[in-house]
Ligand binder design. Structure first.
Ligand SMILES: Nc1ncnc2c1ncn2[C@@H]1O[C@H](COP(=O)(O)OS(=O)(=O)O)[C@@H](OP(=O)(O)O)[C@H]1O
Ligand SMILES: Nc1ncnc2c1ncn2[C@@H]1O[C@H](COP(=O)(O)OP(=O)(O)O)[C@@H](O)[C@H]1O
Length: 203
């Protein structure tokens, strides 16, 4: 948990309530937290779901690993402490989007269970949906779209998730996607079905 440094700060209540935002949008806010190894399909699936929802008139936004690391989190690397801070900041940003009524899709490895649980903690009941994109290390290494596994195996990248840094799979996630054997379209539709079943796509 990051400590509160600033003193003399006061929380301001919003004038427009989240119920009013939901009514305007026609749906609730949510955080779809995709987690899994590099190359498991987080980004591709999140963007496919984003497209399907957007085309149905749902307000969405994707927060993506590499993009956030080039801006907001450009001062963070891949040490355990930096990964924790990366996820903490992204969790807070996702919370703001969610409060604004958006369905946020995040695509970060987020390897530590405790860090993901912390994000769950700061959100209201029903808002956080941990989506485990389950692809074996073998599958991810085979895909290796950025050639990073090859570099990690060659010792050119140290502390690479799944090779010489840990990945802690979800134990109580809301949804698990089999990215070893199913295609993007099928998996994206499973996510939509989950959102429908949990009532997030209506008021
Ligand atoms: N050491 C190491 N370990 C894992 N990944 C690495 C590393 N170095 C660079 N990359 C690239 O950074 C992407 C992961 O960033 P994340 O912000 O999702 O990581 S984390 O959640 O903070 O662990 C990850 O992208 P994805 O493939 O999209 O997951 C990699 O491309
Ligand atoms: N279920 C899947 N079936 C086949 N190919 C996939 C699947 N999921 C992802 N891919 C492919 O694997 C590669 C890595 O996917 P990506 O979404 O970048 O993963 P991540 O964001 O988890 O690193 C991409 O080339 C993507 O098209």
């Amino acid at each position: 948990m990051a400590e509160q440094k600033a003193t003399n700060v006061t929380w301001h209540e919003h004038n427009v309530t989240s119920e009013e935002r939901q009514k305007l949008n026609g749906h609730k806010g949510a955080v779809l937290w995709f987690t899994g190894l590099s190359g498991c399909g987080k980004s591709t699936i999140a963007n496919a779901v984003d497209r399907l929802l957007h085309d149905r008139g749902i307000h969405t936004f994707v927060l993506d690993g590499d993009n956030v690391r080039m801006g907001l989190n450009k001062n963070l690397g891949f040490s355990p402490e930096d990964r924790t801070e990366n996820i903490r900041r992204i969790g807070e940003v996702a919370k703001l989007f969610c409060q604004g009524g958006t369905i946020v899709l995040t695509a970060f490895i987020s390897p530590y269970r405790e860090d993901r649980d912390q994000v769950r903690e700061i959100l209201d009941d029903g808002e956080f949906h941990e989506v485990y994109v389950n692809a074996s290390l073998e599958t991810c290494e085979e895909r290796d779209p950025k050639g990073l596994y090859k570099k990690a195996r060659a010792g050119e990248i140290k502390g690479f998730t799944g090779i010489d840094a840990p990945y802690e799979a979800p134990e109580k996630g809301e949804l698990e996607l089999d990215s070893d054997s199913k295609g993007i379209e099928e998996l994206a539709n499973e996510v939509i079905a989950h959102l429908e079943a949990t009532g997030r796509l209506s008021v």
